[in-house]
Design a protein around this ligand. Sequence first.
Ligand SMILES: CC(C)(COP(=O)(O)OP(=O)(O)OC[C@H]1O[C@@H](n2cnc3c(N)ncnc32)[C@H](O)[C@@H]1OP(=O)(O)O)[C@@H](O)C(=O)NCCC(=O)NCCSC(=O)CCS(=O)O
Length: 381
Amino acid sequence: MSDTSAVFLSEQEVMIRDSARKVANEVVATTAAARDQSQAWPNDELKSVGELGFMGMLVPDEYGGSGASFVEYCLAIEEFAAADAGFATIVHVHNSLGLTLMWSASEEQKRKHLPKLASGEHIGAFLLTEPHAGSDTAAFRTSARRDGTEYILNGSKQFISNGSEAGLAIVLAVTDPAAGKRGKSLFLVDPKQPGYEVARVESKYGQHTAHLAQIELKDCRVPAENLIGAEGAGYPQTMALLSHGRVAIAAQAVGVARAALEAALRYAKDREAYSAPIINLQAVSFDLADMAMHVEVAHNYVLHAARLVDANIPCAKEASMAKLFASEIAEKVCSTALQLHGGYGYLKDFPVERYCRDVRVCKIYEGTSHIQKLIIARSLA
Ligand SMILES: CC(C)(COP(=O)(O)OP(=O)(O)OC[C@H]1O[C@@H](n2cnc3c(N)ncnc32)[C@H](O)[C@@H]1OP(=O)(O)O)[C@@H](O)C(=O)NCCC(=O)NCCSC(=O)CCS(=O)O
């Protein structure tokens, strides 16, 4: 990223970005290619970023967090994604629990759960999507039936990042089937308790660092005090969280695209054809120019959306624009980076084939590109 991208960052934003960049480069990136092969859970790497405060970024100091702004959060996610996109997914999904609890949890819930989340002792998972419904969030069926001082949760949850590794889960479940969007509630669930079952851990195309699970909730009894906020308030809470999350996924896409651009630049300066580095070929340099333009524009638009979040200005449209633009250009940038490497781009000796696989899901999770268009189009009507 060129120096002017940092001109309007505060000293603190630069400090957090640089701290994230340092740990990402020194600890996360160095093990990323091996992890892509082994699919090992990055315990040590998470511990390292946790010690620096990156596991409780959106949680204030009084609950053990680092009280970062959303801009600072997105800058950190971009850095982690440039090192290992799957690692950034783990960190992002985890941090989204802290944000949800800050918005809606009782004081008692905050005191009980936030310090362990913020330190990284408990990894967080958010159980939203179901096997039969992803985009259509109103169609979720997982039920929570009140039974005395408890709720009994039943249902299947699909595509759950961190679901198999979590120390704390938040579940969206239907408490009143007749009430539609006002009949869904959020619950805190301990993944070690009976009734929380990891049915399978998916085998997937990319982001091998991030484990994606199918979770079965079978007569999973949770105390009534684990309800987050009011009964029936879960749906709008979740929609607001998804909207903020889209800005972070956009930052993640920018991070991977930037890494791909940097890899392509290195390669183009090093690789010779026709007796000169291939960067001297106009076709190659035009591709690189195009990639750099897209990465910089996406980076700056992500910061714009994140600043709106920090200013508490409704920005569902901008969040969707950031995610749509960044994830679409990131896929193209990564693909062009692979192309510029020629045959070597297709080999695991170079990182660009991993970037291509890892970045693809940015167009799908936290709302597909079509869902982002739907939200943007709605805002224009
Ligand atoms: C496509 C959808 C946006 C359609 O949503 P709805 O039409 O059902 O929602 P609305 O009626 O518009 O809103 C309901 C309710 O929420 C409030 N709301 C909505 N957006 C916001 C916001 N940005 N900030 C605050 N509040 C918001 C809205 O005001 C309404 O509240 P009231 O009724 O007025 O009180 C939706 O279905 C959608 O987003 N679909 C995509 C789902 C998605 O992104 N899935 C991804 C799942 S997560 C994932 O992929 C990662 C898994 S992980 O890695 O573990």
